[in-house]
Ligand binder design. Structure first.
Ligand SMILES: [Zn+2]
Length: 315
């Protein structure tokens, strides 16, 4: 074996540049595949509790059909692996999950993702949204200190939907029929603590008090200073829960010199809009997934690895 390897290395060194490039491409492909398999193996052994009964003690349960280690729950006796009960449980070509996670980090389109992985576009679409189940549910649970809250808006879109449309289909890039706020705009509530940057974001059913309150109030720490534009819902929230509150003029030209109190959250809106732009309109029924996707990327500020994305998806 050692001899065979030595011979192979010698043969590689004797190759022409063009032939060597072919070998290098093969090696690169193989390394990618190995990395992918390794990532799946690691993901498969990340278990926190039994997916069947929730118990936290288990022993070895052999090796499953996909070659992944299985565990046997001490409480209910059923076997499982790290994918059981996750959106990836019955997925084929799981070795491509890591490469797919890289596409999510890069924010590639469905078309580009499908091409990169050699999978069908429908598969790429389904994988994308499976991977976003985890991020969609992840939001900061407590916002404390100075918290900026403000809404941003997305055009309602029935992209990909051909039946049951409440209005005639709109061509890509067509502006809303009504100016300003209208039922064609979906409000998204965003909030951010200045001391702990991860952003909270969620689709608002309406800008009325009870809807804003239901999303925001449970996350606000008692010592919070809530800074918002003058929307009455926020004022009522602070009064109802006895929170410190400051309304900021909504128009930039009215802001006091040197004071840009909603600077952080407005900067977040710009980053979110700029990133969403690449998708050329997001179907509203998937908007929450995209919000979660961007929260994950934004919190990591460009340093998120595919492994980290994979660990955060689908659980
Ligand atoms: Zn169990």
């Amino acid at each position: 074996m050692v001899n065979a390897l030595k011979k192979m290395v010698a043969a590689i060194q004797a190759l022409s540049a063009a032939d060597f490039r072919q070998v290098a491409a093969t090696v690169k492909e193989r390394l990618k595949q190995d990395d992918g398999e390794l990532a799946v193996r690691e993901r498969a052994s990340q278990v926190e509790r039994c997916p069947h009964c929730g118990a936290t003690a288990w022993g070895k349960g052999g090796v499953g059909r996909a070659g992944l280690p299985r565990f046997r729950c001490n409480a209910c006796g059923v076997t499982f692996n790290g994918f059981t009960g996750t959106p990836f449980a019955y997925l084929k070509q799981r070795e491509k999950l890591q490469a797919h996670a890289r596409c999510l980090v890069e924010g590639f389109s469905i078309r580009r993702t499908a091409a990169e992985l050699g999978i069908h576009r429908t598969t790429a679409f389904s994988w994308r949204h499976r991977c976003l189940i985890g991020p969609e549910q992840r939001n900061p649970s407590v916002l404390g200190g100075i918290v900026e809250a403000d809404e941003t808006y997305f055009l309602r879109s029935f992209k990909g939907q051909r039946t049951g449309l409440p209005r005639p289909a709109k061509k890509r890039g067509m502006p809303a029929a009504q100016r300003g706020l209208s039922p064609e705009q979906i409000p998204v509530l965003t909030a951010q603590s200045r001391s702990a940057p991860p952003v909270f974001s969620a689709i608002l059913p309406s800008r009325k008090f009870h809807d804003v309150d239901a999303l925001l109030a449970p996350r606000l720490a008692p010592d919070v200073l809530l800074m918002t534009d003058g929307l009455s819902a926020y004022r009522k929230i602070s009064a109802t829960h006895g929170l410190a509150y400051r309304a900021v003029p909504p128009h930039p030209q009215k802001k006091t010199q040197g004071m840009l109190p909603l600077n952080n959250i407005n900067a977040y809106h710009s980053r979110l809009k700029a990133w969403m732009g690449r998708f050329r309109g997001v179907a509203s029924r998937y908007l929450a997934n995209y919000l979660g996707w961007h929260r994950l990327l934004d919190a990591a500020r460009q340093t998120l690895t595919p492994e980290e994305f994979l660990a955060a998806s689908g659980d």
